[in-house]
Design a binder for this molecule. Sequence first.
Ligand SMILES: [Zn+2]
Length: 408
Amino acid sequence: MKINDSRLARNFEFVNSQSATELGCTRLSYSSEDLKVREYITNELKALGAQISVDSVGNIRAKYNPANLSTKSLLIGSHIDTVPNGGKYDGLTGTLCSLEVIRVLHENKAAVKHPIELVIFAEEEGSNFGVTMIGSKYMVKKLTLEDLKKLYNDQKQTAYDYIRERGFEFHPDEDQYVDGSNELGMIELHVEQGGILDHQGLSLGIVQAITGMNTIQMTVKGVSNHAGTTPMRYRKDSLLAASEMIYKISKFTTSYETAVITVGKISVSPNASNVIAAETIFNVDIRDVVQENIDAISQQVEALCYEIASENDVEIDIKLIGSSKVVHMDESLVKLIEEQAKANQLSNMRMNSGAVHDNAMLNGIIPTAMIFVPSIGGVSHSPYEDTKFADIVAGAELLLFTAARIVI
Ligand SMILES: [Zn+2]
């Protein structure tokens, strides 16, 4: 069996040409660009004999089951939506390589015992309603159609109304959910979206864990006053205290090998150059692949901020506003992928993912694993996102041979 490189390359060109903008690709879920690509991919799969189902929120499942011997499928696939002016490879790589895998199995008349299903998750990027992974969350019942009534797009239309208006029928009782009764597991191929593989000069990453995260919001309250008439010793300057907190927080990572801490959002009020800042709000984003580290760092960050607030005579409110747990990939799937990469002589390393993927939503319900291909310079969510085509082919090859070991 062999991946057909030129067919795969033509597929990337065709799909991206359907949604090219002046800068990069814009293919938001439910847009006309998205609908065109859905139609193209499902027609290709129908021609191979796959059974297609589309659930209420637009997740596509295409089941290739020529021998009809079993009901338990191996899921492969990813998403096709992009961020506005996004790149050519995020999501699409996993989807088109999975399509190619099914084509190769079909043309080789592989004796497929277990069905293999291409899954295309809807609305992964969160570009419409500000909530990511709506499709995969719906598929595992972490989100319901009722929840869609509380999400709005920029036109103030609910997700519930918008998705229906775009032609998707709501039939929650007929939808196929992932609960492990009909799935063997899922392998998602994706671009790394970081620069580790590119730096190391390797073609493939085999993901062992996806980082967990805490987002803590700090509201520092001082007193606003005249910048000229208030002596330094009488001030309650919220921004000065916040600055000391932010600087010292970043130093915590030195004791944790894989942890990263970011303060990327801050607002100051009244935000005037001649007024001492009354209130400063900033978010601390703490991530690691070791859950205990996230918890320990969060506690240390909170203790430090209370201490600095008291030294600066300002008040502080601390609130956890977002949290996701560390996700561990299924070790037996990880080992199988690793063995196959060795057998096919594909350069690879085990690694962690700093970004969350649809795959993480299914984890814990069914065994999941991920294969990464390098992002040149670590660039992603950008029109300049790029991956060497040879690496994409290597990823497709590894997915093909690993999937074959499971389903044949
Ligand atoms: Zn993605």
